[in-house]
Each structure stands twice: as structure tokens, then as C-alpha cells.
Design a protein around this ligand. Structure first.
Ligand SMILES: [Zn+2]
Length: 155
């Protein structure tokens, strides 16, 4: 079985502290305005966490909650090294690297989730994407994704 699977963004609450965590189409997710780019935002009525609909998927792991994954991305954005993330959260560097690469395939969704739920700046987000660009040795992150992460529309 694969360690990481993909689930439709917004089809479930990704907060592992939520009583309705992971329940697909449970009725706890309601519409909550739109992002700057027009993507539907959603809110969990149960715990108040904000997510985004459509535009692909967010990822969650068998062993790690989406919240935990996003917290690691936040730590990268705050310029923690993968080594220090490993030390603090006990998650392997290669695992976080995999999440970063996956995140780069879902730039808008990931950014919306991070901006809606954590107080990150544009500069910190750019630092996170730059990290993917520099450290993803075996992976070729398309320039347009890095560009999109810098605020240009993805076309
Ligand atoms: Zn919830």
C-alpha cells in the first residue's frame, strides 16, 4: 500500500484534532468565500479550519495527517532545515522532501491552505518553493510552477 494517497480537496476535514476528521461528505464542510484567484474556499463547521475546493487534490498520508504535513511545509517556509524538522517532529527528511515535491504540483491549493490557516508571508511561501527548486535533486520542478508561486497566474 502506498504511504501517501490523494483525496479531493475539500471533501473532508483535514484537521486531525477535529471530531469529523477524515469523514468524506459528512456535511461538516460548508462554502466560505473565494480565494483571490476565485477558488471556492470551504470551512469545517465542526472545528473552523478553512480549506479549498477543486483545483486538484491535497495529499494525506496513512501515517501523517494533512495538518502535520502542512505544518512541516510551514517549517520549511520559516527556513528550518529538513534536518531540524526531523529532529523536532521526528519525520524523515526524505518524507518531507516527497511532500514538498507533491506540494509543488498543487501550488494554488497548498498556498491557499497555508495562507488561510497559518500566518505566512509571501516571502516565506517563496522561500518554501525555492527550497523545492534547490533541493529536489532528482525532480525537475517546472519553472512555470515556481513562477506561479511568485504570484503570476498559472496558465
Ligand atoms: Zn473539522
Amino acid at each position: 500500500m502506498k504511504a501517501n494517497r490523494l483525496a479531493l480537496a475539500g471533501s473532508f476535514c483535514w484537521n486531525s484534532d477535529c471530531p469529523d476528521y477524515g469523514l468524506i461528505d459528512h456535511g461538516n464542510i460548508v462554502k466560505y468565500g473565494r480565494t483571490d484567484k476565485g477558488t471556492q474556499r470551504l470551512k469545517c463547521k465542526t472545528c473552523g479550519i478553512v480549506s479549498v475546493a477543486n483545483k486538484g487534490t491535497v495529499f494525506y498520508g496513512e501515517h501523517h495527517s494533512p495538518k502535520e504535513i502542512l505544518e512541516c511545509l510551514v517549517m520549511v517556509a520559516e527556513r528550518n532545515s529538513l534536518a531540524s524538522i526531523h529532529r523536532i517532529k521526528g519525520i524523515k527528511e526524505e518524507t518531507v522532501n516527497t511532500w514538498l515535491r507533491e506540494a509543488a504540483n498543487h501550488v494554488e491549493v497548498i498556498e491557499s491552505l497555508l495562507l488561510a490557516n497559518y500566518s505566512l508571508t509571501r516571502v516565506q511561501l517563496d522561500a518554501m518553493w525555492a527550497y523545492v527548486g534547490h533541493k529536489g535533486e532528482k525532480v525537475d520542478i517546472p519553472k512555470r510552477l515556481i513562477g506561479a508561486a511568485s504570484g503570476e497566474a498559472l496558465r
